[in-house]
Design a protein around this ligand. Structure first.
Ligand SMILES: [Zn+2]
Ligand SMILES: [Zn+2]
Length: 238
């Protein structure tokens, strides 16, 4: 069964796998190597590659060890430079330049985050259609139409953060300038043609500035489609 699996989502670590036909593509490596190995059921031979969005540890913790264990890791030059990793398994990707990994076609695109050269990914595969992976960005300047599966960050709501961080403006402003806010996510989704959408999963919710139930119901109401909230061990069938 083709599916998305979730090892974890949020500031304590992000790692997802796309299990399609007999191949596994990893999205971000924000856990230690042992956990990721267990997550793929020790079937490293099935892993065709790992895409890394940016250098922050909650996305990149296992980059070096994964590469050292013979898995190709794909990230931008800025991401590899700030991680200071050179390995023959590191593959530099560029925004708007498609690349082929196993039977997956990947299109990286620029996002807006406090990292050197962060990207999101549009993944295409003949067995699952298209999948959009957007995390750690306060804004998305592109429109994506007729996507089948979406994983999108929904980090905080302005209403909640204005209350929880009212005495910590520096931290509040840092989050506002680097992460995706509930109403901005809704505006982004509403600007897209969702006519062939099959699954939508909200990811990277803040532990202190979000509200799962509220986010799920607000987004469902806005787009008229069921919504999942990412959590450890959740499996989404594609
Ligand atoms: Zn993050
Ligand atoms: Zn980040």
């Amino acid at each position: 069964m083709n599916k998305i699996k979730i090892l974890g989502s949020g500031s304590s670590g992000n790692c997802y796998s796309l299990n399609v036909d007999n191949e596994i593509l990893l999205l971000d490596l924000g856990f230690n190597y042992k956990k990721i190995l267990e997550f793929v059921n020790y079937e490293l031979d099935k892993v065709v590659g790992a895409l890394v969005t940016h250098e922050h540890k909650d996305h990149s913790k296992a980059v070096e060890e994964i590469a050292n264990n013979g898995i190709d890791v794909y990230a931008t030059q800025g991401t590899f430079e700030s991680l200071d990793i050179q390995n023959h398994r590191t593959n530099i990707i560029k925004a708007n330049k498609p690349c082929l990994i196993g039977n997956f076609t990947i299109l990286p695109f620029m996002v807006e985050h406090d990292a050197v050269e962060p990207v999101g990914f549009l993944v295409k595969h003949k067995s699952i259609g298209s999948l959009l992976y957007i995390t750690d960005t306060y804004y998305v300047k592109y429109k994506f139409n007729k996507i089948n599966h979406i994983l999108v960050e929904c980090n905080y709501s302005k209403q909640i953060i204005d209350e929880t961080l009212k005495d910590k403006m520096f931290l509040r402003n840092r989050i506002v300038e680097s992460h995706f806010e509930l109403n901005n996510v809704i505006d982004f989704l509403k600007a897209s043609d969702l006519s062939v959408l099959k699954t939508l999963t909200l990811i990277h919710l803040s532990s202190s500035n979000s509200d799962e139930k509220l986010f799920k119901s607000e987004v469902e109401k806005a787009i008229g489609h069921p919504v999942e909230i990412a959590k450890k061990d959740l499996e989404i069938y594609l």
